[in-house]
Write a protein of this length. Sequence first.
Length: 584
Amino acid sequence: MLRSGYLPHVKAWSAVLSRLASAPDGGPTLALKLFDTITRRVRRFSDVTMVADSRPDTAAFNNVLNACANLGDGKMFLKLFEEMPEFGLEPDILTYNIMIKLCARCNRKDLLVFVLERVIEKGIPLCMTTLHSLVAAYVGFGDLETVERMVQAMREGRRDLCKILREANLEDFNEDEENEILNSNQIGVSVFEKLLPNLVQGSNREPPLLPKVFAPDSRIYTTLMKGYMKQGRVTDTVRMLEAMRCQDDSKGQPDHITYTTVISALVKAGSMDPARQVLAEMTRIGVPANRFTYNILLKGYCQQLQIDNAKELLKEMADDVNIEPDVVSYNTLIDGCILVDDSAGALAFFNEMRTKGIMPTKISYTTLMKAFALSGQPKLANKVFDEMLKDPRVKADLIAWNMLVEGYCRLGLVEEAKKVIQRMKENGFHPDVATYGSLANGISLARKPGEALLLWKEVKERWEVKGEGGSSGSDSDSSSLPLKPDEELLATLADICVRAAFFQKALEIVACMEENGIPPDKTKYKKIYVEMHSRMFSSKHASQARQDRRRERKRAAEAFKFWLGLPNSYYGSEWRLDPGDSDC
DNA sequence: TTAGGGTTAG
């Protein structure tokens, strides 16, 4: 009685954890907090029988460990892992599968084999899922060769997988010794040495054999196939499908996910007809396609700008195979309309979707805003944004705000854009690189270089903020939040400054770029300089006073020319524009 | 409840 008032059953809170662990937007962090709160309360009871039903079990630990893995937080993983015995719990095979993911997230491919060895040494019954996790991890690293070797060995009924993985480590080490050293940061080393005591003996010991033979199943094949797909190896993807169909193990037969992966690979390569053939094949052999499959094909047609085919497929979905399109289908089509500059069509699909009772998501709203933003109708984008604010099911986010800014900037409406940015700040959203990038483009378009100076000041201030959590002051003040501008933003700002003959600022920006390892496009600036400013300061008729005022700017121009590598007064050489010189 | 498939937002 007392317990129920304070603490939920472990099954209940563990279920919440499992959802949070892989949820976006701070889900994993929330999972950690929840786990901490509950275990803290549980610990307060000296009589454990009082809270027996609420005490964490292995599944609960696995869920919170999964949150750590998703955050790539090895330290927290270790801390919780070491708390398990306190509750009389032992890590199980799932725990180690999650540890495989942790290694992957921490970029420690070299440790994967030692997790497998640890499981074997501890005598924890190995299951197929561990092999799934391992294969997925290697695919994630793009190391398809190792996966191929694993799969081949499994097909041959071999049990020396650890040996194969050790050899892969050795090859990596020989290939790229420096990276190997870079990867092993000190914190990581101590965490993993505790998680995997077998690391200490390391490679000196003979790699253990798997306790039994595992034949690859369709999941393993499909994971490898996904690796091929990600690397654009369409032929290998298709060949893999053929190989799967030809082998006799029924567990390795292609299923709807395998086929969908093949279709996805073909669609990515723009091969719509072959993709349709695979779809037909699925129907023929009775492996039904689902909404995912159709959505992939829809996207393919949209990317190929074949909206009519997309529309036809949408109809076919609903009428022939009885798969109702969902919000993703419609978002895809709305975006497809944007690709063919059809904002009216985008709106039509948006409305059709609502008519069908399919609720738009924030992505739907933002995509529709994009339709209007890109077609020069910022007012309509604004209207959609207002609708979005009114819809209680969705929450406008930074991306939506940015789209609003983009709409105005596309037309060079800098003042409007700045008002939106002010509003977004007041609503607790801090401009990011995208916001500033749009604004910079708007400023460039509007030819208001003075605005670029203000923007550069703001960007520079935030760039110079070091570390995290340096925020202080009101919510609308983002000046203390760190920001790392990207190449595009800086290049645009520099471009504006060069065109406006703000050479001192231009130099400042390019210097910042170089300091941060972003190579400025000197050729471009050279061209602009030659085209726009080569005759600068050449007027002989200006008054002495005017000429004096120019001196500063001239010095900046000379410095900029020096940086560009153009002949300048620093070398004492005369330089004049020769039309043939401009393409240097 | 870890591990294979899809969409969107500068």
